[in-house]
Design a protein around this ligand. Sequence first.
Ligand SMILES: [Zn+2]
Length: 267
Amino acid sequence: MRMTEGQNARREMTRGEVAEQLRALGVERGGVLLVHTSFRAVRPVEGGPAGLIGALRDALGPDGTLVMPSWTEDDDTPFDPASTRASTDLGVVADAFWRMPGVVRSDHPFAFAAAGPRAAEVTADPLPVPPHIAESPVGRVRDLDGQVLLLGVNHDADTTIHLAELTAGVLYRTPKHITVLQDGRPVRIEYGENDVCGVRFNLADGWLRERGLQSEGRVGYADARLARSRDIMAVVTEHLAPDPLLFLHPPGAGCEECDEVRESLPA
Ligand SMILES: [Zn+2]
């Protein structure tokens, strides 16, 4: 047993214990599972980030498919699925996952990584613009009736909500760019992304909970939330239909990001 400084009394959990917690939470054997996680909240787990990934794959079984975000934060360098690190925001587990044997990764800067029988299907789409349209990894997880697991994070990290925003027809877009290789040369692509600050995405937590559509528990030491992708889509599009600006902080609330997004709206 190892105790880590600053985490006194946190016993290292075994991979088997974590897999058991995942099953108890409701992770479906043989299913498709999209995971967003902060390892800091989960640890200590035997084997570190790789141990957590092992537990996730154990819970899914050999017929299950594990999916994680794997995009780059570097807008100015062409993305290489074999060498570009995952954005720091995505955490150490996401950055460990795409490097593992047998894991496939999208061949574009808005990449996700996946392992299991549906991995190729989830990651095969060409560059989606904006990043989280129906023909993108989050869209494919929805198509496959997958589950979304938030491990030590809340719905502000839930990328499926961006797909729901687009489905609901929100009009806000923030100007962004990426760089891709075209005929061996770097080319800058400008695009607009539905990218609010995300704080108000946490409203989805209550919407799912009040309908009994979210399973909650502990995985490792983290608070865990599990919901079906289709249920997230349904509750979010339902709330956005009458109020497409619901996720924006009100003007003057002190959120610069949301104020900027408001300025992008067509007059
Ligand atoms: Zn905001």
